[in-house]
Ligand binder design. Sequence first.
Ligand code: NAP
Ligand code: 8YV
Length: 312
Amino acid sequence: MKPEILMMGPMMPHVEAALDEAYTVHRLFKADDRDALIAEIGPRIRGIATDGGLGASADLMGKLSALEIVSCYGVGVDAIDLGHAKSQGVTVTNTPDVLNDDVANMAVALVLATSRTLVANDTWVRQGRWQSEGAPPLARSIRGAKVGILGLGRIGKDIAEKLGVFGCEIAYHGRSKQDISYEYFDDLAAMAKAVDYLIAICPGGPSTNGIVNAEVLEALGKDGTFINVARGSVHDETALVAALHNGTLGAAGLDVFAKEPGVPEALLKMDNVVLQPHQGSGTVETRRAMGDLVVENMRRHFTGEPVKTPVT
Ligand code: NAP
Ligand code: 8YV
């Protein structure tokens, strides 16, 4: 008999096909009555296929007494209750590294889009203002700009390397100093004060909740730009909107938000803000590789091999 697994949300067609082939897949997102479905099949579920947004709560895992593995499509596992998984002996896997390049590219794209006022200038052309008013205000160069990276991990290092090619000077903040040549700040607000761009690419969760707060944004200042490709929970969204509104922060490039897919109304009207619908890893190539890892981790687990990318 095929192992039974729970799929939390729609996945890429090749992922759904591969999982359907190997397992009996119960699609939670298609159930009219989710509680009734869980009550019926819960005790037989041995695996969960989920993503970084949907995760797996302690409440859900607590109802799946035979659960062995949660295979996550995404590197960030802040929506999975890791403590609960550990206490139940449940293996959790994610999709690190395969997405570094494209997520870093999104961070670089947001730095370029904000510094060169790309979206506002696009609007300028579309609205005919080039003809009626002439050229828009000049933008800013990033050569020589100082960039502070909040979370110099796998993706953060990739961002640093790419921005180095553009002539940026890199600094970083994390809980620990690394054996690396970039300038280290043990205090986030101090780093924000010293840089032109602050890029968040740390994990979400309790230890980073709201750490880009009013004080940090004020330190970044009226000529500073905040880029978030991490999680919306990392910034205090009320403080961020206020700082942009008051002009105490210069600009922002945001791929992630506190209550996705909700985006504060005020941000939609600001031309110094570039918005993305959480598309850091959103290329066909990277998403395919992430999907392959979800399937491979599940396969290895159920054939008794060590999983490829466990969350440690
Ligand atoms: P990683 O390799 O684990 O790196 C995380 C970095 O964050 C480390 O340098 C770590 O350094 C730092 N960090 C952790 N906790 C911190 C804290 N409390 N305060 C300050 N720094 C902290 O992770 P990754 O693979 O680069 O991914 C990073 C995150 O990016 C993911 O967790 C996910 O949330 C996000 N992400 C977003 C997208 C998107 O589509 N926008 C795509 C992929 C990933 P220390 O341990 O020294 O503190
Ligand atoms: C995914 C992400 O889009 O990997 C992550 O942590 O945020 C993104 O790559 C997400 O996990 C899918 O919901």
